[in-house]
Ligand binder design. Structure first.
Ligand SMILES: [Fe+2]
Length: 160
């Protein structure tokens, strides 16, 4: 398990927003679950996907417009590697790119990065948006059953 209780504790301690809010812990957990499900159908790296789920929104300064939160998350990832989690250099590159660009609407990237972005986009139901298959990157995420599964969980507020 790459997400340890020590790592979660650190992330929670520095998180500036509401832990129960739209970019807080339950969202991170659902992104993780979405990502692991998508990774089953692809060659995506689960260590990167799991770390992305817990890091990508961790440096948000507000719940609205915060265009640099992904870049801050990428720096944060780098500062904790080797301290609170282990990741090789190529995994770090993928994770940083996934964090940096996750809110810019991109589609084309390495499969691991695509799975990270799709996992996040599949959780848009929590803010009243049904995920649009044309804005998802991977075939696994575009699958109608996958979208419905993730959408239902996002609306009900699942936290696992
Ligand atoms: Fe997110």
């Amino acid at each position: 398990m790459i997400i340890t209780s020590e790592l979660t504790k650190e992330l929670r301690m520095q998180f500036a927003l509401d832990w129960q809010g739209i970019h807080g812990a339950a969202h991170w957990a659902r992104v993780r679950a979405n990502g692991l499900k998508l990774a089953e159908a692809s060659q995506a790296r689960t260590d990167v996907v799991e770390l992305f789920s817990f890091f990508h929104d961790s440096m948000r300064a507000n719940d609205d417009f915060d265009p640099h939160h992904g870049i801050r998350a990428a720096h944060y990832v780098e500062s904790l590697r080797g301290k609170l989690f282990e990741l090789d250099d190529s995994g770090l590159d993928l994770l940083k790119l996934a964090c940096e660009e996750h809110s810019n609407g991109l589609m084309d990237a390495d499969i691991t990065v695509q799975v990270c972005w799709d996992a996040d986009r599949l959780d848009l139901g929590r803010v009243g948006i049904r995920p649009d298959p044309y804005r998802l990157c991977t075939e696994a995420a575009k699958d109608a059953e996958m979208i419905e599964w993730a959408y239902a969980r996002s609306i009900k507020g699942h936290s696992d």
